[in-house]
Design a protein around this ligand. Structure first.
Ligand code: FAD
Ligand code: 2MC
Length: 383
């Protein structure tokens, strides 16, 4: 049911991701959640299969696929573990930004290492005082001869302390969105440090930390796009997020599909009042609503992914619509799957409460769903 009419390469890509997810993520995800283990070896394996540079050009080791392939891959990965899938998505966002906006030297230097995940990347936009209002960020990059010197603090950085490369939005020019540039900062650079891992509701198997810059000196050649990149960092960050928002939605879809599959199976097994729950009309109505929500989510997601592939003039609005709709709808599906399990749904070992916790944050990060409404509302008002 989930993938009607897929054939040939399209189907082979989905089956590759599904096979990896079933064998290398799903059996371990609950344990990684409990032990707060960041599955670096498995992510590198995903990289070796082409899933860390999905829509990056092939001449530097990328897979050269479409966004549409990407959201199908992330749905499959998230069926196994929405948290690991989300980190692979963030890494892909960084890889794509280097491929798309980097100089030829930067592409040749970084993508061959990012594609197999020999180098893992984090995306650093949010600050303690600048979350939704990202253009007000205050991390500074001051020019000093042939170098830039970075000072400031990034907040909530996924992979903080674990990643090897930090893609950092910092203010090198003036005020506002057009004063921001993007920089590539190595983990080992003197003056770069990390806060302690945040204690979170979900996403236990990946670290989230502050990334702190105290007189971090990097060569000027580390500005993404070289000198041409000055003042273009906000647009680069936002264009990266358009695709990131789709993938985060795909992670919610995969997680919710997995929760639904568990609930459907449980309804065929559990008996109350002398008969199977699946034979209760109200239970069937609940399952019908959930199945409809999943299918509607998949449709809007594929529509927005195709819009991004085709550089559709409405791509920003469609990506925001998909992110808002899918992360909200699929959270409700996962929560309902928990409810259908009764008390057992509340137990860690059942696997549904973890999905609910992990999907909750997708309504907040990569732009809150209120900001998605702002983006959609602005586009509609401009029609
Ligand atoms: P605020 O901007 O302070 O918003 C607070 C509330 O007000 C929200 O509900 C918001 O929707 C609402 N709001 C704000 N402005 C308006 C408005 N004008 N109208 C109506 N409502 C409004 N960031 C990164 O850069 N890189 C990462 O890797 C990363 N990973 C993350 C991982 C986790 C686990 C979490 C929790 C966050 C992560 N983030 C990351 C940060 C995330 O993107 C921000 O938390 C998010 O953008 C919201 O910013 P904020 O938390 O400062 O909330
Ligand atoms: N795609 C392409 N360009 C975009 C864009 C998008 N999605 N959003 C804005 N822009 C451009 C816009 O066109 C404008 O360009 P120009 O200067 O050429 O006219 C420029 O960026 C400034 O845009 P606005 O004038 O709309 O800026 P404003 O400050 O009013 O609003 C807003 C920007 C709210 C849309 C932006 O700050 C935003 O998306 N905030 C949410 C922040 C966010 O998503 N954070 C996620 C952090 S990463 C994360 O959570 C992870 C887990 C990795």
């Amino acid at each position: 049911m989930p993938y009607p009419n897929l054939t040939g390469d399209d189907l082979a890509i989905v089956e590759m991701a599904r096979d990896f997810s079933r064998k290398r993520l799903a059996p371990f995800a609950l344990d990684w959640d409990a032990t707060k283990h960041f599955p670096v070896a498995e992510m590198k394996e995903a990289g070796s299969l082409g899933m860390a540079a999905i829509y990056t050009r092939e001449d530097v080791g990328g897979s050269g696929l479409r966004r549409l392939d990407g959201v199908r891959i992330f749905e499959e990965l998230a069926k196994g573990d929405p948290v690991t899938a989300a980190f692979i998505s963030i890494h892909n966002m960084c890889t794509w930004m280097v491929d798309t906006y980097g100089s030829e030297e930067q592409r040749q230097e970084w993508i061959p290492k990012l594609a197999p995940m020999d180098v893992m990347a984090s995306y650093c936009l949010t600050e303690p005082g600048a979350g939704s209002d990202a253009a007000s960020l205050t991390t500074r990059a001051e020019r000093d001869g042939d170098d830039f010197v970075l000072n400031g603090t990034k907040q909530f950085i996924s992979g903080g302390g674990a990643s090897d490369l930090y893609v950092v939005m910092a203010r090198s020019e003036g005020e506002g969105a057009r004063g921001i540039s993007t920089f590539l900062v190595d983990k080992g650079t003197p003056g770069l440090s990390f806060g302690p891992p945040e204690v979170k509701m979900g996403w236990h198997s990946q670290p989230t930390t502050q990334v702190i810059f105290e007189n971090v000196r990097i060569p000027a050649s580390r500005m993404l796009g070289g000198t041409d990149g000055a003042g273009k960092g906000f647009g680069i960050a936002m264009n990266g997020l358009n695709g990131g928002r789709l993938n985060i939605a795909a992670c919610s879809l995969g997680g919710a599909q997995a929760a639904y599959d568990l609930a459907l199976r449980y309804m065929t097994e559990r008996e109350t009042f002398g008969r199977k729950l699946i034979d209760e009309p109200t239970i069937r109505f609940a399952l019908a609503d959930m199945a409809t929500s999943l299918e509607a989510s998949r449709l809007i997601l594929w529509r927005a992914a195709s819009a991004l592939d085709e550089n559709d003039p409405d791509k920003v609005e469609l990506c925001a619509m998909a992110k808002k709709f899918v992360t909200e709808t699929c959270y409700q599906v996962a929560d309902q799957a928990l409810q259908l399990h009764g008390g057992y749904g509340y137990l860690h070992e059942t696997g549904v409460e973890k999905i609910v916790r992990d999907l909750r944050v997708n309504r907040i990060l990569e732009g809150t769903n209120e900001i998605m409404r702002m983006v959609i509302g602005r586009a509609e008002a401009a029609r």
